[in-house]
Design a binder for this molecule. Sequence first.
Ligand code: SF4
Length: 325
Amino acid sequence: MSKRKSASGPVVGRPEILLDRPELADIWAETDAQFPIRVTRSWWQRINHADVTDPLLIQALPQPAELLADPDDREDPVGDAACSPLPWVVHKYPSRVLLLLTKRCHLYCRYCFRRNHRPSEREDPTPGEWAAALDYALGSGAEEVILSGGDPLAVRDQTLFDAIDTLRDTIPVIRIHTRAPITKPARVTNALVAGLASRRPVWVVVHCNHPKELSPDVDQALARLIDAGLPVLNQSVLLRGVNDNVPALAELSRQLVRRGVFPYYLHHTDHAGGNAHFRVGVQEGLALWHGLQKCVSGGALPRYVIDPPQGSGKVDVASWVSSPT
Ligand code: SF4
């Protein structure tokens, strides 16, 4: 089997994918140059390759529509640049600071709001940049630091532990935003979980969009985190062709709750260049959320939020639509 190696481990490589899906050959190089194509072996095995509408396939493999510009594309879809006092730092809310440990991910979701990061850009902070980012967070007066990326579990355990240990001096709560337990569940090793558990309070926010993502190896990864006493929440993104229907959203919420994972956010799709084909309109999204509300209990209902390009931070869609400012 042909595969390429990366810092985050083996991935299903181009030759194998193209054997299965020769129609991708024409767009592969161009889409890969805009935003790398990377799929984990676990994810690849969960795809129904006989179905071109498979929700996992759509999230991971490029489509010709990625190459089309849309008038609503935004270079900085959630306004991070205006809220970035230093490289690798985003500070939108007084009580919390977001640090980007890396730009690398185990799987590159084709709808990603950070897909504007160019492959030619540096993927990790220099030691000096990272020290400055930690210093900023320590002096910010924030209650909480969110370690994000990219995927913060795309860095080595010790790098992650060192960051938490440094921050712990003044930051009471650390939150890790990672898709690794869903895309590369083998990354959730006993050593990683033990290291995080010994540094509690650490909250883990995973990213799962469709119930088909919850395979047995994902279940094991989630259980390992929960059994170690780490609170696990989920954020999902509303995506055309993936979860833009009430049954899929309701089943996702139910399955997460059964596993002890709290459905935290349903994100409106941010308008990054190349993801227009994934976008669902606000009114349609709100109707779906109201439909979901009728199907699941309050504890299984995520907040439907939008992150405006002005960088003002998340807004609850229901209240935003009823009283737009
Ligand atoms: S894991 Fe998150 S940051 Fe990485 S490509 Fe997917 S959505 Fe983007």
